[in-house]
Design a protein around this ligand. Structure first.
Ligand code: FAD
Length: 168
């Protein structure tokens, strides 16, 4: 499945695009907004052998699909919270707010970016300590998990997952 975004995901009957394919602002299929499997189905829907199987996992040297981009981005975002000072200065705090403001504008999957910006309008960045910032990021990620129907992560464990390790 691709991103959940009503009105932006191509509906099969109206267009020739397969389900799950999200268009970019230029009107062309947006690769970083679409899962690899759905993106490949554009091609397979055009060829004459509908039963030909196409790989569902992108080769490692392909441009990222919505999932590869998301995993790498969450790794960066949670790692930023992990390296954030326990007692941040006012400059540290303003830096992360500026960063996330721009991140929300520049994120390559535009449907993801718009929803993330909406979420941040409702849930302002909290970064008065590492603990608070790590929790806030975990809640942001859980917001997307919920939207995608994925299991929520237990935010009391964010630091073990992203900073200290599990200690085993
Ligand atoms: P991911 O969700 O990428 O998570 C990676 C790892 O992080 C997990 O294995 C787990 O160990 C850990 N983790 C999971 N939840 C949490 C948490 N709450 N706190 C801390 N650690 C956690 N995809 C879409 O299809 N539609 C969208 O609208 C969309 N919006 C996105 C917005 C943003 C800002 C980002 C960064 C990504 C977005 N994505 C979106 C991508 C999506 O969130 C996933 O990254 C993608 O589906 C791959 O999921 P995954 O199951 O591999 O794990």
């Amino acid at each position: 499945g691709g991103p959940v975004a009503t009105g932006t995901v191509a509906d099969a009957p109206k267009s020739k695009l397969p389900r799950g394919v999200v268009l970019g602002k230029d009107g062309k299929p947006c690769r970083s907004c679409t899962s690899f499997a759905d993106f490949k189905s554009i091609k397979s829907s055009l060829v004459s052998h509908p039963h030909t199987t196409t790989p569902t996992v992108p080769p490692p040297d392909c441009p990222p699909d919505v999932e590869a981009l998301g995993r790498s981005s969450w790794t960066l975002l949670h790692s930023i919270t992990a390296s954030y000072p326990a007692s941040p200065s006012p400059t540290d705090q303003s830096n992360v707010k500026q960063f996330l403001g721009l991140f929300g504008k520049l994120y390559p999957c535009w449907v993801c970016a718009e929803d993330f910006q909406d979420w941040m309008r409702e849930n302002r960045v909290r970064a008065e300590s590492r603990e608070e910032f790590g929790r806030w990021m975990c809640e942001a990620h859980n917001g997307v998990n919920r939207k995608l129907g994925k299991r929520e992560f237990d935010c009391s464990k964010w630091e073990e997952r992203w900073r200290t390790g599990w200690g085993d």
